[in-house]
Design a binder for this molecule. Structure first.
Ligand code: PLP
Length: 484
């Protein structure tokens, strides 16, 4: 008989960073100063920071030791060769072009492969990916399966590409106008949802038969590999590392943000197979990032990423990583809070449209909910809805995606289960007070990637979250000892 054992972190804590809780009246001031945009709140004013899992990971003692071994040569740093070795071995791409982060690689790839008038299909958009495709003159097309747009669907692989949608597009515009298909694993904006191996096999066969390349957005491919191991028939006996390699082997290249899976604070790369294309990318990286053996990074950053890649594929690590996301998601689900199902790999997504039916879409319910959560508890989350989706470049109209979400993103190896308990309690408190949340309107809207820097004000109210009756705003938070 096997006895039940909870997942637990395969590490212990060696260094800590103090964090502080603020009062509600302080947070009211901070969110107003930040234009009701959590991106503009200072980190010191945040209690538990679930804005993003990008670059917020805790590095290991080995990675920090690697930082001391940085070879800060302009050209040919040994750390570059360590990274090249790790990418070749773990991801299988022979050609490596380092970049300062993921969007640096997206910029190079878009410039190299997209000609004005081209069409680039993908499994739901990602903000920076789509913008680089558009700036290169391409048009993005969402070819993800319909289930991805339904937060309640329990489909195990909501990131899958709908082959019929892809085929309809290719027939309409012609294969020669489709330089590549961008496959994101997992799909961030669908709620961290995975793509199945079977689907990528079909996409790869379809595309390669027509001279269309398949490019992976490998940012969270390790987490995707874990879902395949857990959910896909016939895959249970394989290691995450083996599955990751199988995914990559089906593609012609990848853009990577090391700030996610690879457990570093900065870094990314473009991985390719075709040496001719790689030579062009190596030429272009000199213009935008730096010499092709550092790509905008210090030698120490390259070393930390090389080590982080190897740590990221350890089974005990990935189990605890996703175990923590599940812990939070299951507690919220149990309390009746509407979240995207199934729970994703890097975050729990609150369904803001379901939670705030009284706030119309053009008053940005997810933006309002993220601001209100910060006021309620000092927990910082991120909007993933109409503000992130931006405006249609052709018509200038707001895009209203089906999903209007708030993302509670879990940094890797940073917070404990007790922090997840506080987050749960905070979200439940806000859920109970949801009628007190007011919509927002723009007071400043930047042209590109507006969600990062936009400012707002509440519509028809003084605050984004009305005060509960009789509450003392200057009250210090009350923490209880013992279990609840
Ligand atoms: C973060 C992210 C990127 C961009 O990477 P950066 O390192 O932030 O530039 C691209 N694709 C996905 C899916 C991401 O989550």
């Amino acid at each position: 008989m096997t006895r039940h054992r909870s997942w637990a972190e395969p590490w212990k804590i060696k260094v800590v960073e103090p964090i502080e809780m603020t009062t509600r009246s302080e947070r009211e001031r901070h969110i107003r100063d930040a234009g009701f945009n959590t991106f503009l709140v200072r980190s010191e004013e945040v209690y538990i920071d679930l804005l993003t899992d990008s670059g917020t990971s805790a590095m290991s003692d080995r990675q920090w030791a690697g930082m001391m071994m940085g070879d800060e040569a302009y050209a040919g740093s040994r750390n570059y060769y360590h990274l090249e070795e790790a990418v070749r071995e773990i991801y299988g791409y022979q050609e490596l072009i380092p970049t300062h982060q993921g969007r640096g690689a997206e910029h190079l790839l878009s410039k190299l492969l997209i000609k004005p008038g081209d069409h680039v299909p993908g499994n739901m958009y990602f903000t920076t990916t789509r913008l680089h495709q558009e700036l290169a003159g391409g048009t993005f097309h969402d070819v993800i399966i319909d289930e991805a747009h339904n937060p309640a669907s329990e489909h195990p692989f909501k990131g899958d590409i709908d082959l019929a949608k892809l085929d309809a597009l290719v027939r309409e515009v012609g294969a020669e106008r489709v330089p590549y298909v961008c496959v994101a694993v997992t799909v961030n904006l669908a709620g961290g949802q995975p793509v199945s191996m079977a689907n990528l096999v079909k996409v790869s066969e379809y595309c390669h038969a027509r001279g269309i390349k398949v490019m992976l957005d490998a940012t969270r491919a390790v987490e995707n590999a874990w879902f395949i191991q857990q959910r896909e028939p016939g895959m249970h006996g394989r290691t995450v590392a083996q599955i990751l390699r199988m995914l990559c082997d089906l593609t012609d290249g990848a853009t990577m943000s090391g700030k996610k899976d690879s457990l570093v604070n900065i870094g990314g790369w473009l991985g390719l197979r075709d040496p001719k294309l790689a030579a062009k990318a190596q030429n272009l990286v000199v213009v935008y990032e730096g010499l092709h053996t550092y790509g905008g990074l210090a030698g120490r950053d390259l070393e930390a990423m090389a080590i982080g890649i190897r740590e990221s594929i350890q089974e005990s690590y990935i189990r605890s990583r996703i175990g923590q996301v599940y812990y939070l998601g299951e507690r919220l689900q149990h309390a009746g809070v509407p979240i995207v199902k199934p729970i994703g790999g890097h975050a729990v997504f609150l369904d803001a449209a379901a939670m705030l039916p009284h706030v119309p879409r053009d008053q940005f319910p997810a933006q309002a909910l993220a601001a209100a959560l910060y006021v309620e508890s000092g927990v910082r989350a991120m909007e993933r809805g109409a503000v992130s989706a931006g405006r249609d470049p052709a018509t200038g109209e707001n895009r209203y995606p089906k999903l209007e979400l708030v993302r509670l993103t879990i940094p890797r190896r940073v917070y404990t289960q007790a922090h997840m308990d506080v987050v749960t309690e905070s979200v439940i408190a806000l859920f109970e007070d949801r009628d007190r949340v007011h919509g927002l309107r723009f007071t400043y809207e930047p042209e590109y990637l507006r969600f990062f820097q936009a400012r707002f004000e509440p519509v028809g109210a003084a605050r984004v979250l009305d005060t509960p009756d009789g509450a003392d705003l200057s009250e210090e938070p009350h923490f209880e000892l013992g279990g609840s």
